[in-house]
Structures are given as structure tokens and as C-alpha cells.
Design a protein around this ligand. Structure first.
Ligand code: 5GP
Length: 177
């Protein structure tokens, strides 16, 4: 499949994304009231979402960035998660909030949750994803927070790429097949 910009249909507009992100931040501000948080942005896909979300978070917060990849074609994941760069400070006793772009098979989320469990004794762990493709799930995992549910479409924009492109779009789009 090739995706050209003129083929893209808007799935979530900039306004819809920003409105929902504010709502998620409000929920988090209530949940973490008086607590400090370490927000971990999973590069590269979650970069736009993480940056916009943390601007609305009011608790004392530190940001960390990790990079993962899963081998596969441009539009499907292989299911094999590869930790490209996962250097983190000591997270023992911290409230950790993982920020992802999309949960698809759930393997990346599971890898990260297991990684935190093996390496740290965190105070709390929450997993937040902008998008949730519930119907393609292969492992039994649910994000604690998600922005929107999507069906089995390959989506691009707002951090999500097709072959490296379209991360800079302000909206999330898809190609109608
Ligand atoms: P998983 O299958 O492990 O839950 O998802 C892993 C990664 O696959 C996501 O973080 C994302 O980078 C990529 N991915 C899954 N679905 C889509 C999609 O519809 N569009 C794009 N651009 N990436 C996706």
C-alpha cells in the first residue's frame, strides 16, 4: 500500500485531538493530585501527543524519552519489539506514566509494562495511549487512559508515520481502501 497526502481522509481533526487531550489531562490532574510524575514518551510516534498532553498537566513532572521499534512492513507490525534506546533513571518509588501513540497488538505495551516490573519497583504505573485499536489486540492488555478507539485502519499523522512521513500532520488521517 502506498499512501499519498491527497488520499488521506481526516479521522480526528486538530480540534478533536486537542479537546480530547485536555480531557485526558484533567482526569490525570485529578488522579495524581499532590503527586509527582515521571512521564515517559515512547518515541517516535508519541512525540506530538506527549508534548501536547504534558502542557496541560499541573503536577510536578519530569519527562523521559525512550525509543522502541518493531520490525515489519510500513503498515503492519511484526510483533517483535526491539528496544532501540531505553536508558532511564532509577524509577523506584515513582509514579510512572507511559505515553504511547497507539496500542495495536498490545505487544509494545506489554513489553514496556513488563520492563518496568522487572527493572523497577515503581509507586504506580499507568499506560496512556492516544489511540486504541482494540480489535487487533493479541495480548490481554488495556491502556489505563486512551484518547480514541479506532477500528482496523492504518492511521497516520500527529506523530504516527507511514514510512517515516506524515508525523508532522496536525490531524490523524487514513487512506480509504
Ligand atoms: P503494537 O502492535 O505493539 O501494539 O503497536 C506497536 C506500534 O505499531 C505502535 O506504537 C505504532 O508505532 C505502530 N502502529 C500500530 N498501528 C499503527 C497505525 O495504524 N499507524 C501507524 N502509523 N503506526 C501504527
Amino acid at each position: 500500500m502506498e499512501i499519498k497526502i491527497e488520499d488521506l481522509k481526516v479521522l480526528f481533526s486538530e480540534e478533536q485531538l486537542q479537546k480530547r487531550i485536555k480531557e485526558l489531562a484533567q482526569e490525570m490532574n485529578e488522579f495524581y493530585k499532590g503527586e509527582e510524575v515521571v512521564a515517559i514518551c515512547v518515541l517516535k510516534g508519541a512525540v506530538m501527543f506527549a508534548v501536547d498532553l504534558v502542557k496541560h498537566l499541573e503536577m510536578p513532572l519530569k519527562m523521559e524519552f525512550i525509543r522502541l521499534s518493531s520490525y515489519g512492513s510500513s503498515t503492519s507490525t511484526s510483533g517483535k519489539v526491539n528496544a532501540v534506546d531505553i536508558k532511564l533513571p532509577n524509577l523506584n518509588g515513582k509514579n510512572v506514566l507511559i505515553i504511547e501513540d497507539i496500542v495495536d497488538t498490545g505487544l509494545t505495551a506489554k513489553f514496556l509494562i513488563d520492563f518496568m516490573g522487572v527493572n523497577f519497583n515503581v509507586k504506580s504505573l499507568k499506560f496512556c495511549s492516544l489511540l486504541d485499536k482494540k480489535i487487533t489486540r493479541k495480548v490481554d492488555i488495556e491502556p489505563d487512559y486512551y484518547g480514541f478507539e479506532v477500528d482496523d485502519k492504518f492511521v497516520v499523522g500527529y506523530g504516527l508515520d507511514y514510512d517515516g512521513y506524515y508525523r508532522n500532520l496536525r490531524y490523524i488521517g487514513y487512506k480509504e481502501l
